[in-house]
Design a protein around this ligand. Structure first.
Ligand code: BES
Ligand code: MN
Ligand code: ZN
Length: 508
């Protein structure tokens, strides 16, 4: 990953290939953001005027490259648009800085070293710039062999080093903020790698092996249930979904514990390494991106590793429910009844509603340890995408206060989300004449129906939230801010901050 370092602000004119400055949209044209004093001085205090002449407005994500004047030790200045200038004396929001640093880092692919002279005047702001730069510089080129593998896109590799100019580079809080940002960004990028890895390589077994190796490296206890262990344990949901595939399913348990922990969290991730729909096969046009259907498990994995790397004083158990949903002679049929790990029976009416089946087993298993809270993360329904679009995840919960907390935490880390209800009347649509419940209900409100199904498999009295990340998990459009094309790492930062808040005793 791009190396992140701290440099004194006065040395913003130090040797580098590029200096990044912020430019905001003022009432009367572009305004140079704080942090760039050294650069503005080198321009004789006329940087804003020069930028305006070049057509820059300060609009969000706008990039303007200009040659540096004498006096700066970097040959090029990159002005990155921050968007609207905050109200008088107000600071730029953390996510504004994160997005700007991300867009700048992406624009600097192929550059060895850039100094970021952005308004990073607090530990939080430094963290935002660092996180944004590390996330925005992300490149997935593991499968590019036509010379690009070594060199990146257009012969360029990702930005080599982002040196962040700060007032107090030796300040303890600033250093700690940078360290945290590096750890979290590396784990978000690791989850992106997993999501982007094609499904012929990332089978449930391969995912479990990656998780086991990382767990060992970070002192996390790991347990992998293979298809035999799953059969012995009665995990009918996970086995039923994996039944059609040559690549058998896995349930991975990752347990991070801290000796001083007062609270315990369980994170449960949907890990469908490929969702063809099964016998209820998806039509062409709906299956090309379905390698992303393990994004929930990738987020959970990354969050548990982050908790371990940060040494958080909270116990965090991750459950990765891994299966490949394929059609074949051995696949589960619409009409089959599965006996779930909880003992409940489910009539499978649509094999494409597979995520709730693997999650149901993992949720019930996670409930046995009676954690203080459970959060599941899943690319669960197209309906949630219809409701909230492709950048916002839905949050459902069995506890209003917990749902509000998760929503606020997501907001705080810059992840767009929205609270959604679980209307009881929708349970009726899932009544089955044959089994305890069907895996499908009313089409309208499909995201909420899925949430209600999951709730049936959450242990009594445990606070639970469900994040449906079907929209934001995989980005198909042009990159923006710190969001690349492909796997985004959605929900990782929310889970990590939730673990931090829980460790600090801020929740319940
Ligand atoms: N993995 C899909 C949901 C999905 C769709 C994720 C688009 C990301 C982008 C899920 O397994 C699925 O197929 N859900 C069905 C449920 C339906 C059959 C009740 C859906 O949403 O259509
Ligand atoms: Mn499906
Ligand atoms: Zn799916």
């Amino acid at each position: 990953m791009t190396a992140l370092t701290l440099k004194p602000a006065a040395a913003a004119g130090q040797r580098a290939d590029v200096i990044v400055v912020g430019v905001a949209k003022g009432a009367k044209g572009p305004v140079v953001a704080p942090g760039a004093a050294v650069v503005d001085e080198a321009f004789g205090g006329k940087l804003a005027a020069v930028l305006e002449t070049l057509g820059a407005s300060g609009g969000e994500g706008e990039t303007t490259k200009l040659p540096a004047p004498d006096g700066l030790k970097a040959p090029v200045v990159l002005a990155i648009g921050l968007g609207e200038l905050p109200a008088k004396d107000g600071a730029f929001a953390d996510d504004t800085l994160r997005r700007a640093a991300g867009a700048a880092a992406r624009a600097l692919a192929g550059t060895k070293k850039a100094v970021f002279a952005l308004p990073a005047d607090s530990a939080e702001a430094v963290a935002a710039v660092a996180e944004g730069a590390a996330l925005g510089a992300y490149v997935f080129d593991a499968y590019k062999d036509n010379g690009e593998a070594k060199n990146g896109k257009n012969g360029k590799g990702p930005l080599g080093e982002a040196a962040i100019a700060v007032d107090k580079p030796r300040d303890k809080a600033v250093k700690a903020a940078l360290e945290r940002a590096v750890a979290v960004a590396e784990e978000v990028n690791r989850s992106r790698d997993l999501i982007n890895t094609p499904p012929n390589d990332l089978t449930p077994e391969a995912f479990a092996a990656v998780a086991s190796a990382a767990a060992k490296e970070h002192g996390i206890k790991v347990q992998v249930l293979d298809e035999k262990a799953l059969a012995k344990g009665g995990y009918g949901g996970i086995l039923g979904v994996g039944a059609g595939s040559q690549n058998p399913p896995r349930l991975v348990k990752l347990a991070y514990t801290h000796p001083k922990a007062q609270k315990s969290l369980a994170f449960v991730g949907k890990g469908i390494t490929y969702d063809s729909g099964g016998i209820s096969l998806k039509p062409a046009g709906h299956n090309e991106t379905m390698k992303c259907d393990m994004s929930g498990a990738a987020a959970v994995f990354a969050a548990v590793v982050s908790a371990a790397r940060l040494g958080l004083e909270v116990n965090v158990t991750g459950w990765l429910a891994l299966a490949e949903n394929m059609p074949s002679g051995s696949a589960t049929r619409p009409g089959d009844v599965l006996r779930m790990y909880s003992g409940k029976t489910v009539e499978v009416l649509n094999t494409d509603a597979e995520g709730r089946l693997v999650l149901a087993d993992a949720l019930w298993k996670a409930s046995e340890a009676k954690p203080d809270a459970i959060v599941d993360v899943a690319t669960l329904t197209g309906a949630m995408m219809m409701a909230l679009g492709s950048r916002t995840f839905g949050i459902m919960a069995n506890d209003d206060a917990f749902r509000t907390s998760v929503h606020e935490i997501a907001e705080e880390v810059g992840e767009a989300s929205w609270p959604m209800p679980l209307p009881k009347h929708l349970l009726k649509g899932m009544e089955s004449p044959t089994a305890d419940i069907a895996n499908m209900g009313e089409r309208m409100g499909g995201g909420l129906v899925a949430g209600l199904f999951l709730q049936e498999f959450v242990g009594e009295g445990i606070a639970w939230a469900h994040l449906d990340i079907a929209g934001p998990a995989f980005h198909e459009g042009a990159p923006y801010g710190y969001t690349p094309k492909g796997g985004t790492g959605s929900a990782v930062r929310t889970l990590v901050r939730l673990a931090e808040r829980t460790a600090a005793g801020d929740l319940g």
